[in-house]
Write a protein that binds this ligand. Structure first.
Ligand code: ATP
Ligand code: MG
Length: 568
């Protein structure tokens, strides 16, 4: 039997070019005796999403495989957008995914060192203070086909640059009035090398350094140097940074510091999903979702609340690997790994989401009995439980038709079906309210079919789940669907925002579901398969008196079909 807590070992050995590259660097002793060191460098400006899970899996997973180490480093150089709330949530989510960092680092811890290195570049004639405005700098930069123009401040003396930079740091100048730029090549075909900005003036309070600094390093000047300080051997990032790599190298070479190397891999894109903290923040701020951990969000906290598991997310990440070209992955593939995991671990239970009362006329009034049910047919070790049965049970409204359409094999007047693990029953009559809506179905049962077994070899075409009415607990059920209605949420009419593609039916609330009594003991973090319905978990909004369950996924696995068709 498979232990649901360990993923199959071969998943970790799917080939990926990053693994090959690290192995080669070890073979050639590119970094001498240094151990493999990686880092996961989130900016604390939002909650982590499933795209980050891929980066985390690669950063931590590969280091681990080569007996290396991984730091969690907050790339906190943008004081205006960063918050402690995000710092805390990121640590929680990385641990939840199953990874532990060697060291917890902050780019802001390196501000003093970065400042010293900036002075060093100025002294070497490799950096200058520029008084042009941001707009003017943009205009001077040129285009892909035209070279840029030198700033009139490009040839300031070292003394003047040192003086101005120190006064920038001392707070003498207003925001945006000056920047420090690297002096590289205004005609470079790579726009990132046309004298990139290293420091800007920003009188903002930083979540860690407070008001100590009013100049802040740009991403490009902070990232590689932070890697170097931490002896990072393999700095893995997504492909959009490929054009920044020459600049990453230039700073390290000019400063003569530890030669960290940047390697780019493909960003995860998922159908029907937005993976951008900025856009996800917009959903939260505009109250299109309830919070960062709304179960419809692709954030790790949202997925967790929805009932996704770290094991399934890791298995998904292992299977997608890493490549050098961006693509789009079907959301169904992630769901497939989640179903696979839950099928193994989820405890089975019976729950009727849209109840219809069934009265068994020939079952003695006041009698109750217990039927024995397997907790998880996939895992005999999960044992069995006793489920109460009585004269009145609930079935799902979808499981009865007074006038059955062709090929409808579930319950209808005169038809016999099986109540799972209980008895064969035959519908006899219906009761309706004054307005004509169905209130009760009356039926008879065959006492000889106890346990749901045919007494004489006669067959029924349908087996239905049920919940004993007097024993049932009521609950709220939240059914989730895709948050966006198009496979590519960015596919919008001109002038429209992506949010115009939000699926208006992404949440359906059923307020009076009937659940078997064992679910009264459900706890946060438990996973259930409501038989014939889907996978569910308890929502933290639940109280002592009111249970709320989230649907993680319905049972149907469309990905398995896609996979079969394409033969992969
Ligand atoms: P976002 O646009 O969502 O803010 P980001 O790249 O700005 O993403 P960071 O916090 O800077 O987010 O990212 C930390 C790490 O996670 C980086 O190495 C980044 O490349 C990686 N990462 C972010 N999004 C994805 C994704 N969709 N797929 C793979 N890796 C990602
Ligand atoms: Mg970013």
């Amino acid at each position: 039997m498979t232990d649901p807590n360990t993923e199959s070992p071969d998943l970790r050995h799917t080939s990926n070019f990053l693994r090959d590259l690290i192995a080669e660097d070890l073979r050639t002793r590119k970094f001498g005796d240094a151990v493999i060191q990686t880092r996961f460098p989130p900016e604390p400006n939002g909650y982590l999403h499933i795209g980050h899970a891929k980066a985390i899996f690669l950063d931590f997973g590969l280091a681990d495989e080569f007996l290396g180490k991984t730091n969690l480093r907050f790339d906190d150089t943008n004081p205006e957008k960063e918050e402690q709330e995000y710092v805390d949530s990121i640590q929680k989510d990385v641990r939840w995914l199953g990874f532990e960092w060697e060291r917890l680092c902050y780019a802001s811890d390196y501000f003093p060192q970065l400042y010293v290195w900036a002075l060093q570049l100025i002294k070497n004639g490799k950096a200058y203070v520029d008084d042009l405005t941001a707009d003017e700098i943009r205009q001077h930069r040129g285009t892909l086909t035209e070279p840029g123009k030198d700033s009139p401040f490009r040839n300031r003396s070292v003394e003047e640059n040192l003086d101005l930079f120190e006064r920038m740091k001392a707070g003498e100048f207003p925001d945006g009035s000056r920047v420090l730029r690297a002096k590289i090549d205004m005609a470079s075909p790579n726009l990132n090398l046309r004298d990139p900005v290293m420091y800007r003036i920003l009188h903002a309070t930083h979540h860690r350094t407070g008001d100590q600094w009013c100049i802040y390093p740009m991403y490009d000047f902070a990232h590689g140097q932070s890697d170097s300080i931490e002896n990072v051997t393999h700095s893995m990032c997504t492909l959009e940074f490929a054009d920044h790599q020459p600049l990453y190298k230039w700073y390290i070479e000019q400063l003569g510091i530890f030669p960290s190397q940047q390697i780019e891999f493909d960003r995860l894109n998922l159908t029907y999903t937005l993976l951008s903290k900025r856009k996800l923040l917009q959903l939260v701020e505009e109250k299109r979702v309830n919070a960062w951990d709304d179960p419809r969000m692709p954030t790790l906290s949202g997925l967790r609340r929805r009932g996704f598991t770290p094991e399934a997310i890791r298995a998904f990440c292992a299977s997608i690997g890493a490549t050098r070209t961006n693509g789009v992955t079907d959301i169904e593939m992630l769901e497939h790994f989640q179903r696979d995991d839950l099928n193994r671990r989820a405890q089975r239970a019976m729950a009727v989401l849209r109840p219809l009362k069934l009265v068994i006329d020939n079952y003695p009034e006041g009698q109750e009995e217990f039927v024995e049910v397997a907790n998880n047919p996939e895992d005999p070790a999960a044992g069995t439980r006793q489920v109460p049965f009585s004269r009145e049970v609930y079935i799902d409204q979808d499981d009865f038709r007074e006038l059955p359409p062709p090929k409808y094999y579930r319950l209808s007047p005169g038809k016999e079906v099986r109540l799972r693990n209980a008895y064969f029953i035959t519908a006899q009559s219906v009761q309706k309210s004054a307005d004509g809506s169905l209130t009760e179905v009356h039926c008879t049962y065959d006492p000889a079919s106890r346990g749901g077994n045919s007494p004489d070899g006669r067959k029924v075409k349908s087996t239905m789940h049920w919940v004993s009415a007097p024993h049932a607990i009521s609950a709220e059920i939240r059914l989730y669907d895709k948050l966006f209605s198009k496979p590519d949420p960015y596919d919008v009419e001109e002038g429209q925002d992506v949010l115009s593609n939000l699926n208006p039916n992404s949440l359906e609330v059923l307020s009076d579901a009937k659940l078997e009594p064992s679910l009264a003991e459900a706890e946060l973090g438990d996973h259930f398969q409501f038989e014939r319905v889907g996978y569910f978990c308890l929502d933290p909004d639940s109280s002592e008196t009111k249970k709320i369950f989230n649907r993680t996924l319905p049972l149907k696995d469309t990905w398995a079909k896609i996979e079969k068709k394409s033969g992969t």
